[in-house]
Write a protein that binds this ligand. Structure first.
Ligand code: 1GP
Length: 252
Protein backbone atom coordinates (compact mmCIF):
# COMPACT_ATOMS: atom_id res chain seq x y z
CA UNK A 1 0.00 0.00 0.00
CA UNK A 2 3.03 2.28 -0.27
CA UNK A 3 1.89 4.45 -3.16
CA UNK A 4 -1.66 4.74 -1.85
CA UNK A 5 -0.35 5.79 1.55
CA UNK A 6 2.00 8.29 -0.09
CA UNK A 7 -0.97 9.81 -1.87
CA UNK A 8 -2.94 10.03 1.38
CA UNK A 9 0.06 11.71 3.05
CA UNK A 10 0.30 14.24 0.26
CA UNK A 11 -3.41 14.97 0.55
CA UNK A 12 -3.14 15.44 4.28
CA UNK A 13 -0.07 17.73 4.00
CA UNK A 14 -1.17 19.84 1.03
CA UNK A 15 -4.97 19.63 1.14
CA UNK A 16 -5.08 17.79 -2.21
CA UNK A 17 -2.72 16.12 -4.67
CA UNK A 18 -2.09 17.07 -8.28
CA UNK A 19 -1.40 14.32 -10.82
CA UNK A 20 -0.57 14.71 -14.50
CA UNK A 21 -1.81 12.10 -16.98
CA UNK A 22 0.73 10.98 -19.57
CA UNK A 23 -0.84 9.29 -22.58
CA UNK A 24 1.77 7.31 -24.55
CA UNK A 25 -0.15 7.99 -27.77
CA UNK A 26 -0.10 11.73 -27.45
CA UNK A 27 2.61 12.72 -25.02
CA UNK A 28 5.52 14.64 -26.31
CA UNK A 29 8.00 12.07 -27.68
CA UNK A 30 11.48 13.60 -27.31
CA UNK A 31 10.13 16.30 -24.99
CA UNK A 32 8.90 13.75 -22.44
CA UNK A 33 11.86 13.99 -20.03
CA UNK A 34 11.88 17.80 -20.16
CA UNK A 35 8.16 17.88 -19.48
CA UNK A 36 8.47 15.53 -16.51
CA UNK A 37 11.30 17.62 -15.00
CA UNK A 38 9.21 20.73 -15.48
CA UNK A 39 6.30 19.04 -13.67
CA UNK A 40 8.59 18.03 -10.78
CA UNK A 41 9.95 21.55 -10.44
CA UNK A 42 6.43 22.99 -10.53
CA UNK A 43 5.08 20.97 -7.60
CA UNK A 44 3.25 18.11 -9.34
CA UNK A 45 2.77 15.13 -7.00
CA UNK A 46 2.92 12.22 -9.43
CA UNK A 47 1.97 10.80 -12.80
CA UNK A 48 -0.80 8.63 -14.14
CA UNK A 49 0.19 6.78 -17.30
CA UNK A 50 -2.31 5.25 -19.69
CA UNK A 51 -4.30 5.63 -22.84
CA UNK A 52 -7.42 4.25 -24.40
CA UNK A 53 -5.85 3.09 -27.63
CA UNK A 54 -2.05 2.66 -27.44
CA UNK A 55 -1.60 2.96 -31.17
CA UNK A 56 2.14 3.61 -31.21
CA UNK A 57 5.06 2.02 -29.45
CA UNK A 58 5.44 -0.13 -26.40
CA UNK A 59 3.70 0.68 -23.13
CA UNK A 60 6.38 -1.00 -21.00
CA UNK A 61 9.11 1.08 -22.68
CA UNK A 62 7.10 4.24 -22.11
CA UNK A 63 6.67 3.50 -18.39
CA UNK A 64 10.39 2.81 -18.09
CA UNK A 65 11.20 6.16 -19.72
CA UNK A 66 8.87 7.91 -17.28
CA UNK A 67 10.33 6.05 -14.28
CA UNK A 68 13.87 6.88 -15.41
CA UNK A 69 12.96 10.58 -15.50
CA UNK A 70 11.33 11.02 -12.10
CA UNK A 71 11.32 9.95 -8.48
CA UNK A 72 7.63 10.89 -8.14
CA UNK A 73 5.04 8.09 -8.05
CA UNK A 74 4.19 6.58 -11.45
CA UNK A 75 0.77 4.95 -11.47
CA UNK A 76 -0.73 3.01 -14.36
CA UNK A 77 -4.15 4.26 -15.40
CA UNK A 78 -4.92 1.31 -17.64
CA UNK A 79 -6.82 1.69 -20.88
CA UNK A 80 -6.57 -2.06 -21.42
CA UNK A 81 -5.14 -5.26 -19.95
CA UNK A 82 -2.08 -4.77 -22.20
CA UNK A 83 -1.08 -1.86 -20.02
CA UNK A 84 -0.26 -3.98 -16.97
CA UNK A 85 3.53 -3.84 -16.75
CA UNK A 86 6.19 -4.30 -14.13
CA UNK A 87 8.09 -1.07 -13.76
CA UNK A 88 5.36 1.25 -12.41
CA UNK A 89 4.83 1.88 -8.69
CA UNK A 90 1.13 1.02 -8.68
CA UNK A 91 -1.90 0.52 -10.88
CA UNK A 92 -5.41 1.92 -10.54
CA UNK A 93 -7.47 -1.29 -10.44
CA UNK A 94 -10.48 0.29 -12.06
CA UNK A 95 -14.09 -0.84 -12.08
CA UNK A 96 -16.40 1.28 -14.22
CA UNK A 97 -19.10 1.41 -11.55
CA UNK A 98 -21.17 3.97 -13.46
CA UNK A 99 -21.73 1.39 -16.20
CA UNK A 100 -23.33 -2.01 -16.35
CA UNK A 101 -20.83 -3.62 -18.67
CA UNK A 102 -19.58 -6.75 -16.85
CA UNK A 103 -16.28 -6.73 -18.77
CA UNK A 104 -15.37 -3.43 -17.06
CA UNK A 105 -16.81 -4.44 -13.68
CA UNK A 106 -15.02 -7.81 -13.32
CA UNK A 107 -14.07 -9.36 -16.70
CA UNK A 108 -10.84 -7.49 -17.46
CA UNK A 109 -9.87 -7.71 -13.79
CA UNK A 110 -9.72 -11.51 -13.91
CA UNK A 111 -7.24 -11.26 -16.77
CA UNK A 112 -5.19 -8.52 -15.13
CA UNK A 113 -5.01 -9.83 -11.54
CA UNK A 114 -2.48 -12.67 -12.10
CA UNK A 115 -0.16 -10.27 -13.98
CA UNK A 116 -0.42 -7.68 -11.22
CA UNK A 117 0.58 -10.33 -8.70
CA UNK A 118 3.43 -11.61 -10.85
CA UNK A 119 4.84 -8.10 -11.34
CA UNK A 120 4.35 -7.23 -7.63
CA UNK A 121 2.46 -4.10 -8.66
CA UNK A 122 0.42 -2.33 -6.00
CA UNK A 123 -3.25 -2.45 -7.05
CA UNK A 124 -5.34 0.53 -5.90
CA UNK A 125 -8.97 -0.43 -6.19
CA UNK A 126 -10.81 2.47 -7.82
CA UNK A 127 -14.49 3.04 -8.51
CA UNK A 128 -14.55 4.85 -11.85
CA UNK A 129 -17.60 7.01 -12.45
CA UNK A 130 -17.92 8.33 -15.99
CA UNK A 131 -19.98 11.51 -16.08
CA UNK A 132 -21.73 12.92 -19.12
CA UNK A 133 -19.84 16.03 -20.23
CA UNK A 134 -21.43 17.46 -23.35
CA UNK A 135 -20.46 15.05 -26.11
CA UNK A 136 -19.49 11.39 -26.37
CA UNK A 137 -16.02 10.83 -24.83
CA UNK A 138 -13.46 8.13 -25.50
CA UNK A 139 -14.03 6.75 -21.99
CA UNK A 140 -17.76 6.33 -22.66
CA UNK A 141 -17.23 4.87 -26.12
CA UNK A 142 -14.44 2.44 -25.24
CA UNK A 143 -16.08 1.22 -22.02
CA UNK A 144 -19.39 0.69 -23.82
CA UNK A 145 -21.22 2.20 -20.88
CA UNK A 146 -23.68 4.96 -20.21
CA UNK A 147 -22.36 7.91 -18.20
CA UNK A 148 -24.07 9.39 -15.14
CA UNK A 149 -26.13 12.45 -16.22
CA UNK A 150 -24.09 15.54 -15.31
CA UNK A 151 -27.00 17.23 -13.49
CA UNK A 152 -27.72 14.21 -11.25
CA UNK A 153 -25.24 14.43 -8.36
CA UNK A 154 -27.39 12.07 -6.28
CA UNK A 155 -26.80 9.21 -8.73
CA UNK A 156 -23.04 9.80 -8.62
CA UNK A 157 -23.09 9.94 -4.80
CA UNK A 158 -25.04 6.69 -4.47
CA UNK A 159 -22.74 5.01 -6.99
CA UNK A 160 -19.65 6.20 -5.13
CA UNK A 161 -21.03 5.00 -1.80
CA UNK A 162 -21.73 1.57 -3.27
CA UNK A 163 -18.14 1.45 -4.53
CA UNK A 164 -16.87 2.36 -1.07
CA UNK A 165 -19.01 -0.36 0.51
CA UNK A 166 -17.57 -2.81 -2.03
CA UNK A 167 -14.14 -2.02 -0.55
CA UNK A 168 -12.74 0.38 -3.14
CA UNK A 169 -10.03 2.81 -2.04
CA UNK A 170 -10.62 5.73 -4.41
CA UNK A 171 -13.45 7.23 -6.43
CA UNK A 172 -12.56 8.70 -9.83
CA UNK A 173 -15.13 11.20 -11.14
CA UNK A 174 -14.29 11.29 -14.84
CA UNK A 175 -15.70 13.73 -17.37
CA UNK A 176 -13.45 12.16 -20.04
CA UNK A 177 -10.20 13.33 -21.54
CA UNK A 178 -10.72 16.57 -23.42
CA UNK A 179 -14.29 16.84 -22.10
CA UNK A 180 -16.33 19.87 -23.15
CA UNK A 181 -17.26 20.41 -19.49
CA UNK A 182 -15.63 19.15 -16.29
CA UNK A 183 -17.67 17.39 -13.61
CA UNK A 184 -19.83 20.00 -11.82
CA UNK A 185 -18.89 21.38 -8.40
CA UNK A 186 -22.30 20.20 -7.14
CA UNK A 187 -21.52 16.63 -8.13
CA UNK A 188 -18.04 16.74 -6.56
CA UNK A 189 -19.60 18.07 -3.34
CA UNK A 190 -22.33 15.43 -3.28
CA UNK A 191 -19.85 12.60 -3.75
CA UNK A 192 -17.25 13.99 -1.32
CA UNK A 193 -19.90 14.56 1.37
CA UNK A 194 -21.30 11.06 0.95
CA UNK A 195 -18.10 9.00 0.84
CA UNK A 196 -15.20 8.71 3.21
CA UNK A 197 -12.69 7.63 0.54
CA UNK A 198 -10.72 10.21 -1.49
CA UNK A 199 -12.30 11.54 -4.66
CA UNK A 200 -10.25 12.08 -7.83
CA UNK A 201 -11.65 14.55 -10.36
CA UNK A 202 -10.45 14.70 -13.97
CA UNK A 203 -11.49 15.49 -17.49
CA UNK A 204 -11.77 18.89 -19.15
CA UNK A 205 -10.00 20.87 -16.39
CA UNK A 206 -8.21 23.60 -18.34
CA UNK A 207 -7.45 26.38 -15.85
CA UNK A 208 -6.18 26.64 -12.27
CA UNK A 209 -9.37 28.27 -10.97
CA UNK A 210 -11.46 25.28 -12.08
CA UNK A 211 -8.99 22.92 -10.42
CA UNK A 212 -9.23 24.94 -7.21
CA UNK A 213 -13.04 24.90 -7.26
CA UNK A 214 -13.03 21.10 -7.51
CA UNK A 215 -10.73 20.93 -4.46
CA UNK A 216 -12.88 23.42 -2.55
CA UNK A 217 -15.85 21.20 -3.42
CA UNK A 218 -14.13 18.21 -1.81
CA UNK A 219 -11.86 16.63 -4.45
CA UNK A 220 -8.66 15.20 -2.96
CA UNK A 221 -6.82 14.50 -6.21
CA UNK A 222 -6.96 16.51 -9.43
CA UNK A 223 -5.86 15.06 -12.77
CA UNK A 224 -5.09 16.98 -15.95
CA UNK A 225 -3.87 15.52 -19.22
CA UNK A 226 -4.70 17.17 -22.52
CA UNK A 227 -4.01 20.74 -21.50
CA UNK A 228 -0.24 20.24 -21.19
CA UNK A 229 0.15 18.36 -24.42
CA UNK A 230 0.63 21.85 -25.84
CA UNK A 231 4.04 23.13 -24.75
CA UNK A 232 2.72 26.70 -24.79
CA UNK A 233 0.75 25.85 -21.63
CA UNK A 234 3.66 24.41 -19.61
CA UNK A 235 4.31 27.69 -17.81
CA UNK A 236 0.92 27.24 -16.09
CA UNK A 237 1.76 23.92 -14.40
CA UNK A 238 2.89 25.65 -11.21
CA UNK A 239 -0.31 27.72 -11.13
CA UNK A 240 -2.34 24.49 -11.32
CA UNK A 241 -0.25 22.85 -8.57
CA UNK A 242 -0.57 25.92 -6.33
CA UNK A 243 -4.34 26.05 -6.93
CA UNK A 244 -4.72 22.38 -5.98
CA UNK A 245 -2.50 22.60 -2.88
CA UNK A 246 -4.94 24.64 -0.86
CA UNK A 247 -3.31 23.88 2.47
CA UNK A 248 0.16 24.94 1.33
CA UNK A 249 -1.28 28.21 0.04
CA UNK A 250 -2.75 28.98 3.46
CA UNK A 251 0.45 28.23 5.37
CA UNK A 252 2.96 29.98 3.06
C1 1GP B 1 -8.73 11.78 -18.42
O1 1GP B 1 -9.23 12.70 -16.30
C2 1GP B 1 -8.24 12.59 -17.27
O2 1GP B 1 -8.91 10.48 -18.05
C3 1GP B 1 -7.69 13.91 -17.72
O3 1GP B 1 -8.55 14.58 -18.61
O4 1GP B 1 -7.09 15.15 -20.54
O5 1GP B 1 -9.24 16.38 -20.16
O6 1GP B 1 -7.28 16.74 -18.67
P1 1GP B 1 -8.00 15.78 -19.53
Amino acid sequence: MKTYENLLNTVSRKGAAYLILLDPDTTLNDKLTGFIKHCENSGVDGFLVGGSLMIDGDFGDFIERVKASTSLPVIIFPGSVNQVCSSADAILFISVVSGRNPEHLIGKHVLAAPMIKKYKLEPISTGYIIVESGSLTTAEYISGSMPVPRNKPGIAAATALAAEYLGMKLIYLEAGSGADNPVTNAMVKAVANTCSIPVIVGGGICDPQTAKEKVQSGAKIIVTGNFFEDEKNWHLIKDFADAVHIKSAVTV
